[in-house]
Design a protein around this ligand. Structure first.
Ligand SMILES: CSC[C@H]1O[C@H](OP(=O)(O)O)[C@H](O)[C@@H]1O
Length: 368
């Protein structure tokens, strides 16, 4: 997407043809920095410490991590070790396991001497495929926004609330939840986006707001706890979020706080949509609350916050007493019953086994 007058993806092959460049999202919105990953170890750090984040982008980054491994040692044993190192970086987003499984199966089917070229080609293919999946989600989600726009007075915007960042920064390009928003803006449909700040990592305040500002999309930052109030007062027409793992029954795991947003939406009859590419569906699980592993991140992310000081320095400040312990579950699960529709690359599915199977008949029905 646009950054100033240049077009960027979130990840790309360095001009040396081996290392991988990423937008280091830890410094946004105050500084735009590119980092270069030259090894699988550096890739693991970048995923674990959220230099890159977002389920689809985590998957593609891990795919390039496997390609970087083939530079050092393309053997089966080395690929298995790289797989485990990358897989343990973040437990919730299923795209990580999907990308690693795809890469390992693809590479192990080849003789070691062919693996390096094949790994880079496959990683690039997964990156390009992610862009196309996001664009398709955008086209399908655009119809939802268009239908709501038809109920508004001329010039009145469709008011959309989103949580966390499921934007182009969470994917290779375009995003999942934001893809329909970008296409609606391009189609001239007035939209206004309410951006949940999304404590504690503030992906909304840091990343989604930066994306919206960068593309001239009307938006307002709100605290996480304001969404229900705005819905009660008729100020939200729809909610759209991303997901890190969706079950075969349509339960949606997403950033902590999503479940509470869905409850408020149901209580106020506000449609609640989830944008997702099919690699985010975990066909082997059905009950999200019971089966999806929820990442517990360091309590320090709750006890302190990053920002820019008056003097322009990017710094971390503590927001709670030094001795106060903090818990930090990074995700929660929204049951399918609270979801209006799953906006996928193949169309909009009802959040149910039958609804998902209608769009993905070749995948549904897999045994756990
Ligand atoms: C399109 S996936 C975006 C998804 O990823 C975020 O989690 P994190 O920033 O911790 O990787 C969040 O759950 C978003 O909805």
């Amino acid at each position: 997407m646009k950054v100033g007058d240049r077009h960027f993806r979130t990840i790309w092959l360095n001009e040396d043809g081996q290392s991988v460049d990423i937008i280091d999202q830890r410094w946004l919105p105050h500084d735009f920095r590119v980092a270069t990953l030259a090894s699988v170890d550096q890739t693991a750090v970048a995923i674990r410490d959220m230099w890159v984040r977002g389920a689809p982008l985590i998957g593609v980054t891990a795919a390039y991590g496997m390609a970087l491994q083939t530079l050092a040692d393309p053997s089966d044993e080395a690929l298995d070790a790289a797989y485990e190192l990358l897989h343990e970086t973040r437990p919730t987003a299923i795209n990580l396991r999907w990308a690693l499984d795809t890469m390992r199966a693809h590479l192990k089917a080849l003789p070691p001497e062919e693996r390096r070229a094949a790994a880079y080609a496959k990683a690039a293919e997964l990156a390009d495929e992610d862009v196309e999946l996001s664009r398709a989600i955008g086209r399908n989600g655009l119809e939802v926004i268009r239908r709501i726009a038809e109920t508004k007075k001329p010039g009145e915007p469709v008011n959309i609330l989103t949580h966390c960042n499921a934007g182009w920064l969470a994917t290779v390009d375009y995003g999942t939840a934001t893809a329909p928003i970008y296409l609606a803006a391009e189609a001239g449909i007035p939209v206004h986006v309410y951006v949940d700040e999304t404590r504690p990592r503030n992906q909304g305040a840091y990343l989604t707001a930066w994306e919206m500002a960068g593309h001239g999309i009307s938006h307002t930052l709100i605290v996480d706890n304001a969404g229900g109030h705005l819905m009660q007062h008729g100020e939200i027409d729809m909610v759209i979020v991303g997901t890190d793992r969706t079950t075969a029954d349509g339960d949606v795991c997403n950033k902590i706080g999503t479940y509470l947003k869905a409850l408020a939406a149901r209580d106020n009859n506000v449609p609640f949509y989830v944008g997702l590419p099919s690699p985010t569906i975990d066909w082997t699980v059905r009950d999200g609350v019971r089966e999806i592993p929820i990442e517990e991140r360091p309590g320090e992310e709750v006890s302190s916050v990053w920002g820019r000081t008056e003097g322009g320095e990017i710094a971390q400040v503590r927001v709670s007493p030094d001795l106060t312990p903090a818990r930090n579950p990074a995700f929660d699960v929204t049951p399918a019953r609270l979801i209006t529709g799953l906006i996928t690359e193949r169309g909009i599915a009802e959040a149910s086994p039958e609804g998902i199977a209608r769009l993905f008949p070749e995948k549904a029905g897999r045994s756990p």
